[in-house]
Design a protein around this ligand. Structure first.
Ligand code: 17E
Ligand code: FE2
Length: 412
């Protein structure tokens, strides 16, 4: 495939991109297609590596309203409602809903997904369903699965055994939820347990960490210390960390030293965190998000996830990462022109680092020919107009194609 006349990675210059045998073969001006090769006229638009959703829950997707809508909008009612819906899970139910959401995501330019899967289920039904789907859809999407103990590791019957069982069955990443454990002590113990488990089985780590408007929720320092001492930093991710929005500045200053030394990654979920956060405040009302701007300024890797697509934690969601970026730049005060132009990194290169897939991610000669063509010349305009992904290209083949809607205004 030859893609003509595109701005690669938001650069000012126009260029061509040739993909042969599924890999980027040449990037430069005035390339010619080998005989019979498919040619796409890029029309001066933006070519990026595929979008990455670095944090979503595919087991619960498309269950909003079942058995009830989350009318309070708290994390805790979300957990309660999901716990009821979980009783009715079958493998077919999970696979059907997850597949529908994944295909929708693909239509919006996503090719890499990290999904948490709730392992606080004695039968691990959702885990088995998503493990099967990971294989069945491997030509469409690279799906990473996180063993996520929604109701706790130490606070749920046989929580530790269920975590280890999920890892043995093949999940890629070890998760946790220390702020939801019964006690601070259980929270810390859960972090030590999950880090040892990941180390033993050579897995990545992604913990729901301090997702609560409580400045006393300080499991992040335990996770970062473990990551530092085990030298696992780049393989470890702290998701949510919304309590950091409530930490005092003196403590945060001290914490940042450790975070930088540890090299861990962060995932913010701007849409869902602004929705679930601040729910127990009157006024002033907290924003419920982590310190995206300050982490980024400190050189720490931050990516964005959508977290939920229509489930007990988010009644909305369309599998479109531009929604997460829009909310993220507003809520984190990243609205400078350069910051807006660069904000695609939260859902592309930064997210690829979080997923630990950078060896096969990016528009570079020799890497797999995966890329997306957005219907604007640069990311500032793409974000502003929330444009279509015209082509989602995987291994030099069109995986999804979108024809833009056409509006005619009848006025002089
Ligand atoms: N579970 C949780 O603990 N936190 C979340 N944000 C979601 C599920 C979506
Ligand atoms: Fe989450």
């Amino acid at each position: 495939m030859l893609i003509k006349n595109v701005h690669v990675n938001n650069q000012a210059a126009l260029t061509d991109v040739l993909i042969t045998d599924g890999k980027f073969a040449q990037i430069g001006p005035d390339l010619t297609a080998p005989a019979g090769e498919e040619v796409i006229d890029g029309q001066g638009k933006l070519l990026l590596p595929p979008f990455v959703d670095s944090h979503v829950h595919l087991d619960s997707t498309l269950t909003a309203g079942e058995p009830e809508w989350n009318e309070t909008g708290t994390l805790f009612d979300g957990i309660r409602i999901w716990s009821e819906r979980k009783q009715d899970l079958t493998k077919e139910d999970v696979k059907r809903r997850a597949k529908q959401t994944i295909l929708n995501m693909v239509g919006h330019g996503i090719q890499f997904v990290r999904s948490h899967v709730d392992v606080t289920d004695p039968h691990l039904i959702a885990t088995q369903a998503l493990l099967e789907l990971r294989e069945e859809l491997k030509d469409v999407v690279e799906l990473q699965l996180v063993a996520f103990p929604q109701e706790g590791i130490l606070s749920f019957p046989h929580g530790k055994e269920l975590m280890e069982q999920a890892v043995k069955e093949g999940v890629d990443v070890v998760g946790g939820i220390p702020h939801f454990e019964f006690s601070t002590e259980y929270g810390w113990q859960s972090v030590h347990f999950l880090m040892a488990l990941a180390d033993k089985y050579d897995r990545l780590v992604d913990v729901h960490c301090d997702e609560i408007d409580d400045p006393a929720s300080r499991n992040l320092e335990v996770l970062a210390t473990e990551a530092l001492e085990r030298e696992m930093g780049s393989r470890v991710t702290a998701s949510h960390t919304t309590a950091m929005g409530s930490y005092n500045d003196a403590y945060t200053y001290k914490l940042f030293r450790l975070l930088k030394m540890s090299g861990i990654n962060f995932v913010a979920n701007p849409l869902v965190n602004v929705h679930l956060g601040g729910r127990f405040d009157t006024y002033p009302k907290r924003r419920g998000v982590t310190r995206i701007k300050e982490l980024t300024a400190a050189g720490i890797n931050v990516s964005f996830g959508e977290d939920d697509v229509k489930d007990p934690w988010n009644p909305l969601g369309d599998g479109n990462m531009l929604d997460a970026v829009t909310m993220g730049v507003y809520i984190a005060h990243l609205m400078g022109y350069g910051q807006l132009q660069d904000s695609y990194k939260f859902v592309t290169t930064n997210a690829a680092r979080t997923l630990h897939v950078t060896d096969h991610y990016g528009i570079e000669v020799g890497k797999p020919g995966n890329c997306i063509l957005l219907n604007e010349k640069d990311f500032y305009n793409a974000l502003n107009r929330h444009v279509e992904v015209l082509y989602n290209i995987r291994g030099g083949k069109v995986l999804a194609k979108t024809t833009p809607a056409e509006t005619t205004v009848f006025a002089d």
